[in-house]
Design a binder for this molecule. Structure first.
Ligand code: HEC
Length: 117
């Protein structure tokens, strides 16, 4: 009888182990389920420092540490605030549409500003 219980427990724990497989590190996708992958700060650094279409680079106005002249420190902004600023262009800041900075480039750019600037 005891052996039967042990065997059932073993079987159950094996099933649980296999069920959890594949869930760890499974999410290469952004939380909204879109195709963008996690931000790559190295790729984002290139976006930050390069002109985008006809618009100047972020570096041109925000400088190497994101604090140049403008009274803003980019590192203090949330991902949502950075996204809004890029797509709407507050004040004299240009608007960057998705042909100039793609969704993936924007995710990379945010990763760069928040981790490497
Ligand atoms: C032509 C100069 C210029 C360029 C180029 C520029 N910005 Fe800005 N940015 C500004 C100015 C000026 C402000 C302050 C706007 C205001 O509040 O009036 C600003 C504000 C911001 C803010 C803060 C917005 C807020 O909510 O207060 C963020 C974030 C930002 N910029 C990100 C970027 C990123 C990322 C890039 C590159 C894709 C970029 N900027 C390119 C001039 C620029």
């Amino acid at each position: 009888m005891k052996i039967a219980i042990v065997l059932i427990m073993l079987g159950l724990s094996t099933i649980l182990m296999y069920n959890n497989c594949g869930k760890v590190g499974d999410s290469g996708l952004a939380s909204n389920g879109s195709e963008t992958t996690e931000g790559d700060p190295v790729a984002g650094g290139i976006v930050y420092n390069s002109a985008a279409g006809s618009e100047p680079s972020c570096f041109t106005c925000h400088g190497a540490n994101g604090m140049q002249y403008l009274g803003v420190d980019l590192k203090t902004y949330s991902a949502a605030q950075i996204e809004t600023a890029v797509r709407i262009g507050p004040g004299i800041m240009p608007v960057y549409d998705s042909s100039e900075i793609s969704e993936q480039q924007l995710v990379d750019l945010i990763a760069y500003i928040q981790t490497s600037l």
